[in-house]
Ligand binder design. Sequence first.
Ligand code: MG
Length: 395
Amino acid sequence: MGPIESLSMTRKTGDNAEHCTIMQLPCNWQVREAAILAPHAMHAIDSAGRAHNESPHPFRSAYQRDRDRIVHSAAFRRLAHKTQVFTDYPGDYHRSRLTHTLEVTSIARTLARSLALNEDLAEALALGHDIGHPPLGHAGEDTLDELLREAGGFNHNRQALRIMTLLEQRYPGFPGLNLSQEVLDAQSVRAKLPTAPPPLLETQVVDAADSIAYDTHDADDAIELGFVQLNELLELPLVAKAAEHVDSQHGKLDPLLLRRAVLHELIELQVAGLVTETSSRLRTMSDTSVDSIKKASAEGNRLVMHNQKIQQGKQELEEFLFQRVYRSDQVMKIRQQSQEKMRDLFVWYCEAPHALPSGYFQRSETVGVLRSVADYIAGMTDRFFNRDAAYRLEK
Ligand code: MG
């Protein structure tokens, strides 16, 4: 039985509905998924659905729809003006949360497609993975966490869930984005919620893509901003391995081209290594159904893994970046200034909650002023935060 015939044997409801209303044929996405996804992939037809029932879309699978809802959200657009690591640094070269997210998505799609996983789901997860970040990078997140210590704390992964299920107000029938359960589950895994189910392979792929992206682009941004020199990075075995490959392919290059080629190769090396290692782990499993993947994950056996050598190389690179960049005097000084400003603005709104936009002020009656102020500030971009702080605090 071919994919089209087998699909016509079942009929489900909601986004899983069997037939396109226009063509009276199985939806293109169903045929495509049945033909190209592996048994260990999460098929959209098997989705647990959405919290609020909706009619099926004639062309898009549940996960394509999730992806589009995230892209059209205000939280996603604001990523353009939230910084990743280098808050308050001049220039437009270094990554914003948006460009980081797009790099993660690009890598996650390559990984998902190479492993015959659901690329639409991986894309939706990657596009949404950082939408909960507040302004001012991790300094902003740590400050909000400290300010909310008595009210449950603050974490960007949990905040992404609040945005997805409550804070985005775009649709008349429900609060939030009403995303598929698998997207919310993946975000619960990232937030380390005790209720989170074992991660699907698509969830694991996005975690790996996030790490590949930030290890590489933070190194690139750090060189551009003068924190480190390429020669220092070349002393790290993983970077040296990438440089060796560039040398064998292109010979001697000028310093700028060499740096870019080495960083591209660093991504390539990690992606190729991850696909090879994960594929070989999948081959050792006698049953590669989604249920058995979940069972392995529940027992602590993640299947999307780097080999030991690459993993060790990544740890060395991360340790180097931690010491030389994330905890450098320059970054720590800006971090301290950012934290002070964040505290001051937070206290200002707590003392004057009527100055919050009406939706946040109304919600403060049910979730408390602390949480509502945190929701409002967390939604700000860096530039809006700085403008608002200047206006509120300098009056
Ligand atoms: Mg990220």
